[in-house]
Ligand binder design. Structure first.
Ligand SMILES: [Zn+2]
Length: 361
């Protein structure tokens, strides 16, 4: 990408009114990204050739309707767009009508999905968050040496090499399902300008997806505001009273644009500094005891399970979005549903018992 021009979001939809509305909403949220649109029509020639033109130049993120068959040329599907994006290591996002069950095995780590049912402004915010996030990853990679393992590089993007060990497990699942990506990465080297830029775009593609789709969706080293509350066993309605204690732990980096995020190791350091006489050996109760020591007694959170009664926590269920504690009747430890590395995630027991017969554990 040339430094003079703005990176571009390409939005594809065969329904022109919806395309125009989304373009307007996305433009309203960004001044650093340009927006390009494509409304495929039946009379379009070879759609692959048209896409190649539309996706040329500074396009850094692609959004497409999953179903382009109403007005688009015969045979053009959202999945075709996804294939062409992957060929170019362009991150992309689908619009889809289906309500997604958020299980990692059911979707690719290398794509995003936004439901049509989401609020229009929410949709635009998510698109802008993702597009800005990938741009941020590219710029941070370009400004520093991208050496070492993938987890070294991601930790380097944060300027926190110490996090490499915590991030490494998230990368362990890529190899088998996506060997072509790793082969492409291995076959590019630093010899020439073209190779360097090809390598950089693969690196940004892999690092951005692992960060946005795994590390931030299934928390371990980084927590968002709701996950911080779960970690501390406090109710998310109390987030303003809780998160203010952890300002020193803030994560400000790719994809953090619209929410508060926190480094868990720094959250632990803040907790320990405030803990006084409180022992830190029970993760289910420690955070809440320390936080209440600072802000006073807090109301129970929404979990009313017997013996937990809204005061225990320490973990977050990525499928129900609720606080859970480590008791066996409350949650289930890591299954194949949760990426390795996501040490703050446990599956809520009721959800697990309901879905395990269908999905396996
Ligand atoms: Zn519990």
């Amino acid at each position: 990408m040339s430094p003079q021009s703005k990176p571009v979001i390409l939005i594809i939809d065969d329904e022109p009114d919806r395309l125009a509305a989304l373009e307007r909403d996305v433009r309203a949220l960004t001044s650093t990204l340009e927006v390009r649109t494509w409304a495929p029509e039946k009379s379009d020639g070879d759609p692959g050739a048209t896409f190649a033109v539309k996706a040329s130049g500074d396009v850094g993120f692609v959004v497409t309707d999953h179903d382009l068959t109403k007005n688009g040329p015969p045979g053009l599907l959202g999945t075709s767009i996804a294939t062409w994006c992957l060929d170019r290591y362009l991150p992309m996002c689908y619009f889809t009508r289906r309500v997604e069950v958020r299980l990692p095995r059911e979707r690719s780590i290398f794509e995003f999905r936004i439901s049509f049912d989401a609020d229009e402004r929410e949709r635009a915010r998510e698109i802008v968050r993702l597009a800005h996030g990938f741009q941020d990853v590219r710029e941070r990679l370009a400004s520093g040496p991208a050496e070492g393992s993938m987890s070294d590089q991601l930790a380097g993007i944060f300027g926190r090499p110490i996090l490499s060990n915590d991030l490494a497990p998230y990368f362990s699942g890529i190899g088998l399902a996506h060997s072509q990506i790793l082969q492409d990465l291995a076959s590019t080297d630093f010899a020439g300008e073209a190779n360097t830029s090809a390598r950089a775009s693969i690196q940004a593609f892999v690092l951005g997806h692992i960060l946005a789709n795994a590390v931030l969706e299934f928390p371990g080293p980084i927590l968002n505001t709701a996950q911080l509350n779960a970690y501390c066993g406090t109710d998310s309605k109390e987030y303003h009273r809780v998160s203010i204690l952890f300002e020193k732990a803030a994560y400000v980096g790719p994809f953090s644009q619209f929410d508060g995020y926190f480094y868990r190791d720094r959250v632990d350091a803040v907790l320990d500094a405030m803990s006084g006489e409180i022992e830190g050996d029970d993760p289910d109760t420690y955070g809440r005891l320390v936080v209440e020591g600072q802000v006073g007694t807090l109301p129970p959170h929404e979990c009313e399970r017997i013996d937990c009664h809204g005061t225990r926590g320490g973990f977050w269920c990525p499928f129900t979005g609720r606080t859970v504690c480590g008791r066996q009747d409350c949650s289930v430890a890591s299954t194949s549903w949760i990426p390795r590395g996501a040490v703050v995630c446990r599956v809520e027991r009721d959800y697990f018992d309901e879905h395990a017969p269908l999905l396996g554990s």
